[in-house]
Design a protein around this ligand. Structure first.
Ligand code: SAH
Length: 281
């Protein structure tokens, strides 16, 4: 619920050189746009939770290197009155609070500064359980854009009129309800950023992994070759690349058929296969 806030509207820190010594949070200040960098603008009541997990490992390294940029837009300073209220009770009654359209509007206006209005170049998304579930294909589409604006809801969500006015796309992390959009936003950014060229060291890995070909990935193994009496499937140690590749494909198909009949049917339709056919291994 609305609390008084110490925070002021985000200040510009002017031109800052990006060095590897900056901490992940320093990288989110209003920095000049780095040429070619993919940008995520995130409207949130909790800017302090960013970059969060995105500051670690490969996404964190890529953030430091300027392959992508993150700008959080604190919703609080756009709130109404002395207490900077951002929410109010739902019209028609009921539990909880709803984020006000006029307040969210100001934050969206701010996010729009310097971004293309063409939504294919710059998708504007509200993270919401009512949205279309996030898929690898969506992440690929977002990675093709120049950047993205993400609106994180809290409480009971946001006033519907904002979604209509801005023709906002709703994206869900899955069929469950989170407390806020921030975790979903970080998941969406992570899935997208790893598809940006040079973010993952080994480009081939995004082409072979789950969903890329409409299949779940085959099982993976590494040393030791025998562990607790369990041996790595012999074929993987055979050095026979064609056979290994066939085995992996067959395993991926079997797993997909067993676990995700929805994906399996789509895959079979695409490859002109009978979804009921027996898998031989
Ligand atoms: N009353 C809403 C849920 C609000 S949850 C409803 O029943 O649909 C509060 C906020 O968390 C939402 O505004 C949304 O931004 C975020 N959120 C919750 N579940 C989510 C999910 N599955 N995917 C993406 N965002 C989610």
């Amino acid at each position: 619920m609305s609390k008084p806030s110490k925070s002021e509207p985000a200040k510009s820190f002017g031109r800052k050189s990006i060095t590897a010594t900056l901490k992940p949070r320093d990288l989110m200040a209003e920095i000049p746009h780095l040429k070619g960098a993919w940008v995520a603008k995130v409207i949130t009541l909790f800017p302090e939770v960013f970059p969060g997990v995105l500051g670690a490992s490969l996404t964190g390294k890529a953030l430091k290197e300027g392959l992508w940029q993150l700008q959080t837009i604190d919703l609080r300073p756009f709130g109404e009155g002395r207490h900077r209220n951002v929410d109010d009770t739902p019209a028609g009654g009921g539990a909880g609070m709803v984020l006000r359209a006029d307040v969210v509007d100001k934050a969206l206006q701010k996010a729009q500064q310097g971004t293309p209005t063409d939504r294919t170049k710059w998708p504007v998304i509200y993270l919401s359980p009512r949205g279309r579930p996030l898929t690898q294909a969506m992440a690929q589409r977002f990675a093709q854009a120049d950047g993205i604006t993400l609106l994180c809801g809290r409480f009971e969500g946001i006033d519907e009129r904002i979604i209509e006015e801005y023709a906002i796309e709703e994206v869900s992390l899955g069929d469950f309800v989170l407390t806020g959009g921030e975790i979903a936003a970080q998941a969406l950014i992570d899935a997208t950023v790893r598809l940006i060229p040079r973010v993952l060291g080994n480009q081939a890995s995004t082409e072979e992994e789950s969903f890329s070909d409409g299949l779940l990935e085959h099982p993976q193994y590494t040393k030791p070759s025998v562990w607790k009496g369990r041996a790595i499937p012999e074929i993987l140690l055979s050095g026979h690349h064609a056979k290994i590749s066939d085995w992996r494909k067959a395993m991926a198909e079997r797993l997909t058929k067993e676990r995700r009949p929805d994906l399996w049917r789509a895959y079979c339709a695409k490859h002109d296969r009978d979804p009921e056919e027996d898998q031989e291994l």
